[in-house]
Design a protein. Structure first.
Lengths: 283, 269
């Protein structure tokens, strides 16, 4: 093999690392493009009448319903009342799941008793299909928001328990030794080292729990004659008003998203020392 | 009382005994391992001691027993005339990792032992003292910086300050600079010597590095493994302050050779 001299004389010595073109598209552009592509695909699907509008309404029809629901909410009509009920369920079950999950998580993660004796029962409970408990909650707590709050809490508490416990276990051997040599009490070690150290895992659990709260509240309304957004969805679906169902789901997802973003904001404030790239949730 | 007579016998010994270990043994019955076998050690005020040995020879167990993190199976451990029966505030410890809490600034990390011992207001009152320590180790200007912004060497400097803030009677150093690169490590060793001399600290270093042990110490103990015991004590009479140029002097080479022969004599299996 012989090397051929470049005709221009000096060989190229400067080069640049190549990035894939798809990774170098600005975020706003790529997100918009994805959205437009999705809508176009959806439109094409409905125009071609492959699927009936009862099964899949057109984007235009859905937009009409979004405006209708938005208007109804703005003028404070019956939908706002329903939204208020669902928001209450979400709010209470979020706080309850947070409290229960955090305290049980500490019991399980900090004490040997909790880890050995309590955790197996919690795992057994967690593996049960929690929705199946809905009739029991209704029997115990009635058709009001209490039974929905119970179901949502039940669903959301587990990831928070697991996240908290995993967080407490994440403290490294060196930090534990350091606190021991400083003569720190168990409570001091928990408060000043283990809890802050475990915040990233706790927040991961809390984010999963947030999603669970939404799912639990709506499922509870489906199954137990609620008066919130879940009930509106059920009614619209019974009336074969699929576009309305879509519109209601979009508003629901906005609530879920705000809650998720609120938790993410809290995480960035409290766990400021964690590299944001590790959050891994795109926000 | 017998300590006073031994003081006259040992030519390299001067000063008051601070840390005295007598016939300290550690046996792990579960694994049937004799980690330590009748270890005797007297540390005198202001002197620097090292223990060197292969991995798993019981160095870490010895250090944990000295720090009160683990009870010995038999024997006595006395610090300042009082038995060590658990972690004590007059013991300062440093690990291979700086182990700074990432949510605390450098200054807040340094005053942590005070906060644990005496509460928040005492920690606040100790800020001035922490500031002086940071100046001592050359970290002026990094008080309110978070650990993620410190280099490995800087983090270990902060860890030194955290160890010194509670004015411990003895410093226990568990391979403190072994995670640093060679150049930084040599430099940090000189810094450690300067700090120890300035504060007349009594220190005990666990290390894998023969040159490190020799350049820093007044007394080097060579440890055998299974059972872990001191097989040789080498008194280093190189003048202080030691400098990095001593690393290539014939006396230094001789000492390193002597220690290496002692280490070679035992199995590394």
């Amino acid at each position: 093999m012989t090397m051929q001299a470049l005709p221009s004389g000096a060989p190229h010595t400067v080069w640049t690392e190549k990035t894939s073109w798809i990774d170098s598209v600005p975020r706003a552009v790529s997100m918009t493009l994805l959205f437009v592509a999705f809508i176009l695909f959806w439109t094409a699907l409905t125009w071609s009448s492959v699927v009936s509008p009862i099964i899949l309404p057109s984007p235009a029809e859905t937009l009409k319903q979004i405006i209708y629901v938005g208007h109804n909410l703005l003028i404070g009509d019956y939908m706002l009342t329903a939204l208020y009920i669902t928001l209450q369920e979400v709010f209470y079950s979020f706080l309850l799941a947070l409290f229960l999950g955090f305290s049980l998580g500490i019991l399980v993660g900090e004490t040997i008793f909790g880890e050995r004796a309590v955790m197996p029962y919690l795992v057994a409970l967690d593996t049960m299909p929690k929705v199946a408990f809905a009739p029991i909650f209704i029997a115990w707590l009635g058709f009001g928001i209490e039974s929905k709050v119970a179901l949502a809490t039940f669903i959301a508490a587990f990831p928070i328990i697991v996240g908290t416990a995993a967080g407490l276990h994440s403290a490294d051997e060196n930090s534990r030794m350091l606190f021991k040599t400083m003569g720190a009490s168990r409570f001091q070690t928990l408060l000043k080292m283990k809890l802050p150290m475990g915040m990233p895992q706790f927040f991961t659990g809390l984010k999963i729990g947030t999603v669970g709260v939404m799912a639990g509240a709506i499922t509870g309304e489906f199954l137990g004659g609620g008066k919130g957004f879940g009930e509106l969805i059920r009614v619209a679906s019974t009336n074969l008003n699929t576009a309305r169902v879509f519109a209601l789901i979009i508003f629901l997802s906005l609530i879920g998203l705000s809650l998720y973003l609120l938790v993410g904001w809290l995480q960035r404030r409290l766990v400021f020392w964690q590299k944001s790239g590790l959050l891994g949730d795109g926000f | 009382m017998s300590l006073q007579s031994s003081e006259q016998e040992n030519s390299g010994a001067e000063g008051r005994p601070v840390f005295v270990l007598e016939q300290v043994s550690k046996h792990f019955p579960r694994r049937n391992v004799h980690a330590l076998d009748r270890v005797n050690l007297t540390m005198r005020e202001g002197r620097f001691y090292s223990v060197i040995g292969s991995s798993g020879c019981g160095k870490s167990t010895l250090l944990k027993i000295m720090a009160g993190l683990q009870p010995p199976s038999s024997g006595s451990v006395m610090l300042e005339g009082k038995p060590v029966l658990g972690p004590r505030h007059d013991i300062g410890m440093m690990f291979q990792q700086a182990t700074l809490l990432p949510w605390r600034t450098t200054l807040e990390n340094v005053v942590l032992p005070i906060e644990i011992r005496d509460g928040k207001s005492a920690a606040l009152a100790a800020h001035e003292k922490a500031q002086k320590l940071l100046t001592l180790v050359g970290l002026t200007g990094f008080e309110s910086v978070y650990p993620s912004e410190l280099s490995g060497g800087m983090a270990q400097r902060a860890a030194i300050c955290r160890m010194l803030i509670s004015e411990p009677s003895v410093l226990l150093l568990d391979e403190p600079f072994s995670a640093l690169d060679e150049l930084t490590r040599e430099f940090m060793n000189m810094e450690l010597q300067r700090i120890c001399m300035e504060r007349k600290a009594t220190a005990f270093l666990v290390t894998h590095s023969i040159p490190e042990a020799v350049i820093l110490s007044d007394n080097v103990f060579v440890m055998s493994s299974r059972p872990g015991r001191f097989v040789e004590e080498i008194v280093v009479n190189l003048p202080r302050p030691r400098t990095l140029s001593m690393l290539t002097s014939p006396e230094f080479g001789e000492l390193v050779d002597r220690i290496r022969k002692n280490l070679d004599a035992q199995s590394f299996l």
